[in-house]
Every structure is written in structure tokens, then in C-alpha cells.
Ligand binder design. Structure first.
Ligand code: ASP
Ligand code: MG
Length: 429
């Protein structure tokens, strides 16, 4: 039996640590629900800190003035720490102080070099989680753990690929003794290379971290504490009349996450499914409410799930000599997309053109155009939205498509998808 088989992993996202009051609520949940078995707490950056760090990084990397946003970020974190009585002191293990972390961030920003955008991004944007976990650990009087030397990844910056055997060995050696001392707080979203450089696991990657830790340590369950009541069939900020799934299978959840349901990071489910670890999604606002249990289960027909991805780009390629789009052409296109790391959300082929819908990135699109412009005529539209209805029926299709001009649509047995112009983030009744 695994040494820490009673272990529970809690994951708290940005909204649950957005200010001092939120962190007090987190502490309350840990006290009232944490129980007596070992507890590992994964925390994301506070509120919208990751976005703020991205902007800060972009300014610094472009050689522009970033002092004002940096000051704002520093004061925000120091202010929350102070409010919680969690300002600098030394607890348990040797950890940096908040001031030291903030100085490290400042140094990183001051010494950026041109180029190596993705690599340097990771060295800067990772501070959101480092700062948040330090404050939460202090507020809980729990141990702070730097996960970067333990969660080993390759050098795929901004989307580090986990080296599972090494990570499992590292965590198995380091964590059980620490967990016996009491709760441990660690960062979501982060990893480290063999040479000690910081990597990140992809935006919203803290859920994935919780799964990595649970898998490697043989946890009994993972609980993701969110600002919604559980796994819903749509994001209530975007869609009216959402319903909660009381339980749902790993497979269904993976598919929803794949299509962009933002409730859980897409990579989270597989490690949990492999080891049969249930994932509980609960509301940090109503911690005693039931939530959703994601596990190995069978269920009947599920309510249709609605998923919107914004900021999409539709790119179409035509071969210049008006020959057909052939396997050879496709190979070149796919190769270039992989090279610039643009992920295909939807694709469609016709005789002389091939279209892909991807998340928009000016930087990656530019690189793609440079690589393929000679061989293909390329058109693209930005500012689009991709809608997916999983387990659709006629009424659900009508609800979404009525009054819209569809630029592209696709239907399989379970899934209906279409691309249309952005509706200014409209709320859907
Ligand atoms: N803080 C990171 C992000 O905002 C990771 C996460 O929240 O899961 O993307
Ligand atoms: Mg987040």
C-alpha cells in the first residue's frame, strides 16, 4: 500500500485566493473540511495576477516601462499579507520571505534579454503562484513547498511536459515526511527542468498540478474548490439556466475540457482516471453543498453541454497552383502548425482549401504565415468564436445558432460545432 494513501489534495484557484477575505474563507474550509488525514493544498496565483504578470512581462520584454504595474502587484501582495497578519516571518522549512520573492521578480524583469520569449515568460509569470502560496501558507501556518525541484518537466516552455517517473520518485521521497508534520501548501501551474529552470504547465494548469501530485502520491481524492456549484453544463457567466451534473464519468469530462469547458484543465483527468482517483468539484462559497463527483461511473443521457471559446482565428490555406489539397500539402501545414505551436480546435477540408480554427496569437500566426506564405495563399479572420454543443439536440442547436452567420460548422454523432463572429462576449439566454 502506498505510504500516503489517505492523502487528500485540495486545489484552490485564483478566485478563491483573490483577497484577504477569500484566503480567510480558504482557511475556514481547510479547518472544517480538512479532517485529520494528510492534506496537500495546491494554490494558483491570486485573482488575475497571472494576467497582470503576462502584461508586465510583455512590457519588460519589449523594453517598455513596467514600474507602475510592478508596484501595483507588489503592493497588492504585501497589502493582503499584512491584512492577514501573514507578513514576513520564518515558519517551518527555510523559505524565502515575501520581500525576497518580490525582489527576485524585480531582478528577473530587469535582466530580460531580447528573444527567448517563452522561456523568459516562465521565469517571470511563475511568480504569481510563488507569492500566493507563500501568503496562504503563512495564513494557514502550514508548510510551504517549492514544487519546482520536484515536478520535473522537459524544456517545452509555457507547456512543460511532465517526466512522470522522475516526478513520482521526487515526490514520493519528499512529501510523505512533510505531510506527517501537517498540511503542505504548494504551487499549481509550475514545474522545473533538470537544470533547475522554472517551467509552467499551460494557462489554468493548477488543476493539472493537483492531478500530478495525486497520481504520484496515490491520493485518495482531489477536491477542486471553485466559485461555481460543481461541474455545470455551461459557464454561468456566459449561459443562462445552467444545470449541475451530480456525477459524471472521466471520459465525458475529458471531452468537455478538450472542447474548452474552462471548468477543468484538459490534462487533469487522465492521471486521475489511470489511478481511479475521484475528482470532486465543490464550491468554496457553499462548502457543504454536494458539488460534482467525477469518477468511473455510468450515466444516462446527459444534458447538452455548451462551450464557447473566444478569440479564435480561422485560417484557410489554398494551394497556389489550384491543385487539390493533398496529403503532401497537409503534411506541410500540420508540420508548420506544430512548429509554431498553434493548436487546432477545428478543421475542415475541401478540394482546394483547408481551414483550421485556432486560438489567436499574433506572434504565432505571424510565424506561421512566414513559414507557409510561399507555398499557399492564406486567408485568415480573427476575433471569432467557436461554439461546441456536446450531447446536442435540435433545441440546443437552435438556441445557439439562431440569428448568427456561421462561418464554418461541423457535426458528429455527439458534437455540434460552429465558428462565428465574436458577439462582444454576449450572455446567452
Ligand atoms: N495562475 C495560472 C493561470 O491563471 C494557473 C491557474 O490558475 O491554474 O493560468
Ligand atoms: Mg486560474
Amino acid at each position: 500500500m502506498h505510504a500516503s494513501h489517505q492523502l487528500r489534495v485540495y486545489k484552490f484557484g485564483g478566485a478563491s485566493v483573490k483577497d484577504a477575505a477569500a484566503i480567510r474563507n480558504l482557511a475556514h474550509i481547510v479547518r472544517t473540511h480538512g479532517g485529520s488525514s494528510p492534506l496537500l493544498i495546491v494554490v494558483s496565483a491570486m485573482g488575475k495576477t497571472t494576467n497582470a504578470l503576462e502584461e508586465l512581462f510583455q512590457l519588460a520584454h519589449a523594453g517598455q516601462d513596467y514600474i507602475a504595474p510592478l508596484t501595483k502587484l507588489r503592493e497588492f501582495h504585501l497589502g493582503v499579507a499584512q491584512e492577514l497578519g501573514a507578513a514576513d516571518d520564518s515558519t517551518f522549512t527555510p523559505t524565502p520571505t515575501l520581500t525576497e520573492l518580490l525582489e527576485q521578480l524585480q531582478d528577473k524583469l530587469a535582466t530580460l534579454s531580447p528573444g527567448e520569449f517563452d522561456k523568459q515568460y516562465d521565469q517571470v509569470v511563475s511568480f504569481g503562484e510563488l507569492l500566493a502560496t507563500l501568503i496562504v501558507a503563512r495564513a494557514l501556518q502550514a508548510q510551504w513547498l517549492d514544487c519546482r525541484p520536484l515536478i520535473r518537466t522537459d524544456h517545452t516552455w509555457r507547456e512543460g511536459r511532465v517526466d512522470w517517473p522522475t516526478t513520482e520518485r521526487n515526490l514520493g521521497a519528499a512529501l510523505p515526511p512533510q505531510l506527517q508534520q501537517g498540511p503542505v501548501v504548494t504551487q499549481g501551474f509550475l514545474g522545473g527542468t533538470a537544470s533547475g529552470q522554472t517551467t509552467t504547465l499551460g494557462r489554468e494548469g493548477s488543476d493539472y498540478t493537483a492531478a500530478i501530485l495525486a497520481y504520484c502520491l496515490g491520493a485518495e481524492s482531489v477536491t477542486i474548490w471553485k466559485d461555481v456549484a460543481g461541474l455545470l453544463n455551461a459557464d454561468p457567466k456566459i449561459f443562462a439556466d445552467t444545470v449541475r451534473y451530480p456525477e459524471i464519468s472521466y471520459q465525458e469530462t475529458i471531452e468537455m475540457a478538450y472542447y474548452g469547458a474552462s471548468v477543468i484543465h484538459p490534462k487533469t483527468i487522465k492521471p486521475l482516471a489511470v489511478r481511479g482517483i475521484p475528482l470532486l468539484v465543490k464550491s468554496f462559497l457553499h462548502p457543504t453543498a454536494e458539488g460534482t463527483r467525477i469518477h468511473d461511473c455510468r450515466h444516462g443521457l446527459l444534458a447538452p453541454a455548451f462551450i464557447r471559446k473566444t478569440s479564435q482565428c480561422l485560417i484557410s490555406f489554398e494551394s497556389k497552383d489550384l491543385t487539390f489539397i493533398s496529403e503532401e500539402n497537409l503534411e506541410v501545414i500540420f508540420g508548420a502548425l506544430a512548429q509554431v505551436r498553434l493548436k487546432i480546435n477545428l478543421m475542415q477540408n475541401s478540394a482546394i482549401s483547408f481551414s483550421v480554427c485556432t486560438d489567436f496569437s499574433a506572434y504565432r500566426l505571424e510565424k506561421l504565415l512566414a513559414a507557409l506564405r510561399e507555398q499557399f495563399t492564406i486567408h485568415y479572420n480573427t476575433g471569432l468564436e467557436l461554439y461546441t454543443i456536446k450531447n446536442y439536440d435540435a433545441a440546443s442547436i437552435r438556441r445557439l445558432t439562431e440569428g448568427r452567420e456561421l462561418l464554418l460548422e461541423q457535426r458528429t454523432r455527439q458534437t455540434f460545432q460552429f465558428v462565428c463572429r465574436g458577439g462582444e462576449n454576449e450572455f446567452i439566454k
